[in-house]
Ligand binder design. Structure first.
Ligand code: F6P
Length: 319
């Protein structure tokens, strides 16, 4: 293999730049040429592809977002879109592709793999919802952003003796809600993996009030319902007034934490090693702090496991 490509796709995540840097530097270190595919699969279809040098990825390790830009691309879900993409890869003489992204990005990499094009997937999404890895790039940074917000909301919740409902991202996964709720000392955490019971929540709030608690933080994963919907449900059940905060896209931005930068560097370098070893069609991850890789076509046969013990712990600690 002489020439590889790298793209970022789907929702951006802090640390994607660090992963791009690692791919480019590791590849050049081993004598490969690297091409950046801009705007995700859109750019692949349209040939928005440029050569990257060592300096192209200088001064980006600490920057959020992705210098390669990103997109959600409907056309790449079609056979025609995929054929156009492969044509562009051939035109540029690219023999292997590193795809950094989440669920949708992996589906695209699977399609390329099925058509015989060597791809390696790197999990980059704040949602932490990719199977085969304990952590995805961007999750830790997003978590820290959410914690900062929860801490600030807690200040005003305490002053005004209010209950706050905080809606966090995560798509269909509850990881951001669970980890941030536990770290932020939330009284209640709602995750899609465990259907909630409104009576239980009301009882929990009542008990807290009985022992003198004047404020509460409820973290709702967007995969459960919107914060506003949940606040209405609570109002219907208790007549309680709450304030709702939807954290939204601030969760996707910001300078990556050290954890995300290191994770991105390790995964990026491993992806290149696999291509150098002639192993396409793989998905890299980290399990128990060890780098692992799986057949990308079988990845979604494995479940993404949220840590339910941690969920139980969060309930025990917030009595
Ligand atoms: O997958 C990352 C994510 O931020 C999810 O948490 C969220 O549901 C989605 O992307 C939002 O997507 P968009 O930026 O396209 O609105």
């Amino acid at each position: 293999m002489k020439r590889i490509g790298v793209l970022t796709s789907g929702g951006d995540a802090p640390g994607m730049n660090a992963a791009v840097r690692a791919v480019v530097r590791k590849a050049i270190y081993h004598g490969l040429e690297v091409y950046g595919v801009y705007q995700g699969y859109n750019g692949l279809i349209n040939g928005n592809i440029k050569k990257l040098e060592l300096g192209s990825v200088g001064d980006i390790i600490h920057r959020g977002g992705t210098i390669l830009r990103s997109a959600r691309c409907e056309e790449f879900k079609t056979k025609e879109g995929q054929a156009k993409g492969i044509e562009q890869l051939k035109k540029f003489g690219i023999e292997g592709l590193v795809v950094i992204g989440g669920d949708g990005s992996y589906r695209g990499a699977q399609k390329l793999t099925e058509q015989g094009f060597p791809c390696v997937g790197i999990p980059g999404t704040i949602d932490n919802d990719i199977p085969g890895t304990d952590f995805t790039i961007g999750f830790d940074t997003a978590l820290n952003t959410v914690i900062e917000a929860i801490d600030k909301i807690r200040d005003t919740a305490t002053s005004h003796e209010r209950t706050f409902v905080i809606e966090v991202m995560g798509r269909d996964a509850g990881d951001i809600a669970l980890w941030s709720g536990l770290a932020g000392g939330a009284e209640t955490i709602l995750i899609p993996e465990d259907p909630f019971n409104i009576d239980e929540i009301v009882e929990r709030l009542r008990k807290g009030q009985e022992r003198g608690k004047k404020h509460s933080i409820i973290v709702v994963a967007e995969g459960v319902m919107s914060g506003t919907e949940f606040a209405q449900k609570l109002k219907d059940a208790t007549n309680m007034e709450t304030r709702v905060s939807v954290l939204g896209h601030i969760q996707r931005g910001g300078s990556p934490t050290a954890f995300d930068r290191v994770l991105a560097s390790r995964l990026g370098a491993r992806a290149v090693e696999l291509l150098l070893e002639g192993k396409g069609g793989r998905a890299v991850g980290i399990v128990n702090n060890k780098l692992v890789d799986y057949d990308i076509l079988e990845l979604f046969d494995m479940p993404h496991q949220l840590d339910l013990k941690m969920y139980e712990l969060s309930k025990e600690l917030s009595i």
